[in-house]
Design a protein around this ligand. Structure first.
Ligand code: ADP
Ligand code: MG
Length: 696
C-alpha cells in the first residue's frame, strides 16, 4: 500500500510536507497520487491570438500586460493579455475589486469564450484560469494535455503551483506507481473496458489524450462506487445474518380496519408500499427502508397504518419529525385516523415538564403505543417498554447519529425513513445502497393538478389582482422571497420589504403575516398556526415554510425571484399547495432577463409536476458543464463519480460489488472471521478516507 508519508518523495521535506497537509490534506503518497487535477489545459487546442476571428469560440493563453477599470457609461474591468502574436482584452462587468486583485501583470492566464472584434480583440466575461509558464516560451507547447491543480497562496509560496505539483506527482508516479495494487479482476476490467489502476492513476495526471483522461476518471469512479457499495452491501449482509428479530405474528385485522375506516381510498402505490413494509416487519431481519414520495403523496398514512402492525403485537412505535409543527400535524392525523383505543402521545421540546414525565412513565411501562415527536424523542430520559418500529420523517434533516441513538432504544427495531425530496435513482443507489427503497409515485386521485404560471415582474399588478380575487373566495396564499432583509449587495426583494409593501399598500384590508428563520421556534409555530387556522390570508416567507406542512385551503403560492431558486427547491415550495379540493396555482415571478439555466428551470416547472423527473433534470442541470477534473470537491461529493453522467458506471459497479458480497459464505460471517482480512483485495482499492467522508 502507499500509506507512507509524502516525505518519501524526492523534493518534499518536512516543511513542505506540513504545508501539503494543512493546505491540501495530503499526508501520504496515496493522497498525493489521488490529488486530482481541477482541470486540464489541452495545449494542442490553444489558439494564437493573431489567428482568432470574430464570433469564434476559442481558448487563448497569454501574460497579463496591463489592466484597468474603465468608466465609459457602465463601469467595467479590462485585462489585456499578450501571447507574443497579438493582444486580447478580457472585459468584466461587476466585481471590480476582485478582478483588480487577481489579474496582476506578469500572471499567465487562459481565457475561453467568444471573440468579439471591433476596435480590439476581446472576450466579454471569459472563463479564466491561471497557469504557471513552465513551458517558458510562448506560444505554448502543442500536442500535450497539461494538468492544472488546485493551489493556494501558501502552497504557491512553498512551490506548489501547478508546476510544482506536476513535478512531485511525476516523481511519485515514477517510483511508486507499480505499488498501486490492482484489486479488480482482469475480467471485470475487460468487461467494462477499464484501464488498470496504474494506467488510470497516471492517466488522471498525465493523460495521453482527452480520451485517456476520461477513461482514467471512469476507472477511478468505478473504484469509488464499487468500494462504497461493497461496504454498504457487506454491512447489510452482516446485519441481516446477525440481527435476528423475535418472530412476528401480527394481527392484521388492525390494519384492515384502519384502511377501511379512512375517509379516502388509498392509492395503489400506498397499498403496495404497505405490503412491502409488512413483509419486512414479518421477516426475520430488521427493516431498513427508505420511503420516497413526492410532497403530498400521502406517506403519513402509510407510516401510521404500518405502525398498527407492530402495535397489534404489543410493540411500540415512534415517529420522529424535524419540527414541532410537523410533529403536531402528524399527531393530529394519528388522533383522527387511528382507533380511539390506541394510545398516542405528542412529545416535543415545548411539552410541559409534568406532561413529559407522565409520557416518560407511560412509554416505559408500555401504555403508550405510539409516540410522535421531535428531537425530544432521542433524549436519554425516553425509554421504551418494547420499541419495535421507528419512523423518521424528512430524514435528511436528521444526522446518522440521531438515527443511531433512536435505534438503541429498542432491540432489532424496524426502521422506516421517509423523504419528500425525491432522490434520483443513481444517487439513492450510491448513498442508500444499504437500504431497500419504496416509492409512492402517484398522487391521491382526487387531487387537481397545480397550474404553474411564469410572469415577469412587470406583471405583478395583475398577480395582485388575482390573489385578491382568490382571497375573496376564501382561499389563502403563500408568498415566498429569497431573502429576509434588503441587502445592499443585491437588488433582490426581501421578505420583510414585501411584507410591508403588501400589508400597507396592496392589501391593507387583509391579514398578512411574515415568517422567516430568525423568528424563534415559538413565534414561527404561532404564526404558522394562525395560517393553518385560516386567520392569515397571505403568509409572506422565505423558504422556511416546512416541506410537509399541510394547509389544504392554501391554494396559491407566489414565488418572487423564481430565477434564484434551484429546480428541486421550486418544486418543494410548490408542494405546499395542491393539497385541497380547490384548483391550486403556483405563480413564478422572475426578472425579464434570465440565464439559460434559469429559463430552463422555469420551463420544466411549468411543464411537469413529477418530482422524480424534476430531481433527474435538476441533477442534469447542475451536473452539466462539469468536464473531467472540473468537479467541485465537497465532503459529500464523490471525487471522480459524476452522479449526473455516470449512471452506467454506478449500476455496473454496484452489480459487481453485489456479486462478490453474495459469494462470501455465511460461515465466514458467522464465525466472525475478519472480513477486512479475507477480502483485503477489495479494500486495497479503497480510499478509506473518502469513503468515510461520503458515509458520514
Ligand atoms: P406527505 O407524503 O407529503 O407526507 P401527507 O401524508 O401529509 O403527505 O398527505 C397529504 C394529505 O393527503 C393529507 O391531508 C392526507 O390525509 C391526504 N391523503 C393521504 N392519502 C390520501 C389518499 N389516498 N386520498 C386522498 N387523500 C389522501
Ligand atoms: Mg410529510
Amino acid at each position: 500500500m502507499l500509506d507512507i508519508p509524502v516525505t518519501a518523495i524526492k523534493g518534499i521535506g518536512t516543511v513542505k510536507a506540513g504545508i501539503l497537509k494543512s493546505e491540501a490534506g495530503i499526508e501520504t503518497v496515496e493522497d498525493l497520487l489521488y490529488y486530482t487535477p481541477r482541470r486540464y489545459l489541452d495545449r494542442s487546442n490553444v489558439k494564437r491570438i493573431i489567428d482568432v476571428f470574430n464570433e469564434e469560440e476559442v481558448t487563448v493563453s497569454g501574460t497579463v500586460i496591463s489592466s484597468r477599470t474603465v468608466r465609459a457609461g457602465k463601469m467595467f474591468f479590462q485585462v489585456d493579455i499578450s501571447d507574443g502574436t497579438d493582444i486580447l482584452s478580457g472585459i468584466f462587468f461587476g466585481g471590480l475589486n476582485f478582478f483588480e486583485k487577481v489579474f496582476i501583470p506578469g500572471e499567465n492566464v487562459i481565457f475561453s469564450g467568444k471573440i468579439n472584434v471591433n476596435r480590439r480583440k476581446q472576450i466579454v466575461h471569459p472563463d479564466f484560469d491561471f497557469f504557471d509558464g513552465d513551458s517558458n516560451s510562448m506560444p505554448v507547447n502543442t500536442g500535450r494535455i497539461i494538468p492544472l491543480y488546485r493551489s493556494s497562496m501558501n502552497l504557491k509560496k512553498y512551490g506548489f503551483d501547478s508546476r510544482g505539483f506536476r513535478r512531485v506527482i511525476s516523481n511519485a508516479l515514477n517510483v511508486y506507481s507499480s505499488n498501486l495494487s490492482e484489486f479488480l479482476d482482469i475480467d471485470i476490467l475487460k468487461k467494462y473496458s477499464l484501464p488498470d489502476i496504474t494506467r488510470a492513476i497516471s492517466g488522471i495526471h498525465f493523460p495521453d489524450s482527452a480520451e485517456h483522461a476520461e477513461q482514467s476518471r471512469k476507472r477511478l469512479a468505478f473504484n469509488e462506487v464499487f468500494s462504497l457499495q461493497y461496504f454498504l452491501l457487506l454491512n447489510k449482509k452482516i446485519i441481516r445474518m446477525k440481527d435476528i428479530k423475535p418472530a412476528a405474528k401480527p394481527d392484521l385485522e388492525f390494519l384492515r380496519k384502519f384502511i377501511s375506516a379512512l375517509p379516502f381510498k388509498l392509492t395503489d402505490d400506498q397499498m403496495r408500499v404497505i405490503e412491502e413494509i409488512k413483509s419486512d416487519i414479518i421477516s426475520a431481519s430488521p427493516m431498513n427502508r427508505l420511503l420516497q414520495g413526492d410532497v403530498g403523496a400521502g406517506k403519513t398514512v402509510v407510516a401510521l397504518g404500518t405502525a398498527l402492525i407492530h402495535i397489534s403485537m404489543n410493540r411500540q412505535a415512534a415517529l420522529m419529525a424535524p419540527t414541532e409543527i410537523l410533529a403536531k400535524q402528524h399527531y393530529e392525523n394519528a388522533s383522527r385516523y387511528l382507533p380511539a383505543e390506541i394510545k398516542c402521545a405528542l412529545l416535543t421540546g415545548s411539552t410541559p415538564a409534568k406532561e413529559k414525565n407522565k409520557i416518560y412513565n407511560e412509554l416505559a411501562d408500555g401504555s403508550i403505543s405510539l409516540v410522535i415527536g421531535t428531537h425530544a424523542l432521542i433524549q436519554p430520559s425516553v425509554t421504551f417498554y418494547n420499541l419495535g418500529y421507528i419512523i423518521i420523517d424528512e430524514q435528511h434533516r436528521f444526522g446518522v447519529e440521531q438515527r443511531g441513538i433512536m435505534r438503541t432504544k429498542g432491540i432489532s427495531t424496524d426502521l422506516l425513513v421517509m423523504t419528500a425530496t425525491p432522490i434520483p435513482r443513481s444517487l439513492s443507489m450510491t448513498l442508500y445502497g444499504d437500504m431497500d427503497v419504496s416509492y409512492i409515485k402517484q398522487k391521491p386521485t382526487d387531487r387537481l393538478v397545480i397550474k404553474t404560471l411564469a410572469f415577469t415582474e412587470d406583471r405583478l399588478p395583475g398577480v395582485y389582482r388575482s390573489i385578491r380575487n382568490y382571497i375573496e373566495q376564501g382561499r389563502q396564499v403563500y408568498y415566498v422571497l429569497p431573502l429576509i432583509d434588503e441587502s445592499d449587495k443585491t437588488d433582490l426583494k426581501s421578505a420583510t420589504e414585501t411584507y410591508n409593501h403588501l400589508k400597507n399598500e396592496i392589501f391593507p384590508d387583509k391579514e398578512i403575516a411574515l415568517i422567516h428563520s430568525r423568528l424563534t421556534e415559538k413565534e414561527k409555530y404561532e404564526t404558522m398556526n394562525r395560517f393553518k387556522d385560516g386567520v392569515v390570508d397571505i403568509l409572506v416567507s422565505t423558504t422556511v415554510i416546512e416541506v410537509g406542512i399541510d394547509v389544504p385551503n392554501a391554494s396559491i403560492i407566489v414565488i418572487e425571484h423564481a430565477e434564484r431558486f434551484g429546480l428541486s427547491q421550486l418544486h418543494q415550495l410548490r408542494g405546499r399547495v395542491g393539497r385541497g379540493r380547490h384548483q391550486s396555482f403556483c405563480i413564478l415571478v422572475h426578472k425579464p432577463e434570465l440565464s439559460d439555466d434559469a429559463s430552463e428551470r422555469i420551463k420544466i416547472m411549468a411543464e411537469t409536476d413529477d418530482g422524480f423527473l424534476i430531481a433527474e433534470k435538476d441533477l442534469m442541470l447542475r451536473g452539466s458543464g462539469q468536464l473531467v477534473g472540473t468537479r467541485q470537491h465537497g465532503a459529500n461529493d464523490f471525487e471522480f463519480t459524476d452522479i449526473a453522467r455516470d449512471y452506467d458506471i454506478i449500476v455496473s459497479a454496484r452489480q459487481e460489488a453485489q456479486s462478490i458480497v453474495h459469494k462470501i459464505s455465511p460461515e465466514k460471517i458467522k464465525t466472525g472471521i475478519d472480513i477486512i482480512e479475507t477480502e483485503n483485495r477489495v479494500f486495497a482499492g479503497l480510499r478509506t478516507k473518502r469513503i468515510l467522508q461520503i458515509l458520514s
